[in-house]
Write a protein of this length. Sequence first.
Length: 328
Amino acid sequence: MVRKFSAGFILSLALFAMIGVRPSAAAPLTIGYSDWPGWVAWQVAIDKGWLKDAGLDVKFQWFDYSASMDAFAAGKIDANLMTNGDTLVTGSGGGKGVIIMATDYSNGNDMVVAKPGIKDIKALKGKKVGVEIGLVDHLLLMDAFKKTGMNPKDVTLINSKTNELPQVLASGQVDAVACWQPISGQAMKGVPGSRPVWTSHQSPGLIYDVLAVAPAKLAANKAEWIKLIKVWGKVVSYINDPKTQPDALKMMSARVGLTPEAYKPLLGGTKLLDLKANLAVFKKAEGLASMYGSTKISDDFNVENAVYKKHEDVDSYIDPSFVAGAAK
């Protein structure tokens, strides 16, 4: 069969040829990702060529976490992998993101690591704790205080970039740090005898890790985002299958400069969410089992701790239709 082109299209090609310009293809969708197991998991899809196989033109860009939020807020990338609470933070400053899927929830990898001699969270009374104020592990720390009956004022918070917290703990400036893996692991390695005194395993669902997309990039590219979510389902299956997990670990660990053996324990602290689990999480309800309930808790935390002044419209940050579309 011969393809037929309109006279207008042929004329356009001729004009492009005359002036030495080719018709430009649509720019790829750009997604920021950083060093967290549920986001490094995308390396499997990247390295296996599954994005191209799905007909997707997507470019993942590697960042330090806070830098990825800055890039998204500035409109330099179309979407970002971040926590549900931090999505509210970027949105409050004008960099709105709509959560269309969850990669996981933290199930122990976010932690408060204390120096030797401090055996539990209550023993931090009167001590100094390093944390990046306003970000996700500040929320974890406040949740720990609430659940153990501590007054947040009993602790002095030292604001530090998350990636610098292992050095901050090792320097003796603080008695504990709140951060996530693999940074929390680096902190423990740098101070022999240090240990976690609180982890996200004690609050499953407090920290959801999500894909947030700029609203302008949603409607025009809905089919592409749904395809991407379907690829995620394939990634989770590949990582969880004992037969293919070694290959997945090889790709994930290479992305962050660790050995597969060193990286494997990090999977235990990250509850990856497949499409079925995403459908459950995106049902509207109160409490940590729902993206809506968990994000509302994050919003309350952000206002109470002056991360931003006014409550955000949580429902406007969550769109369950993409997960529903991918699950069909």
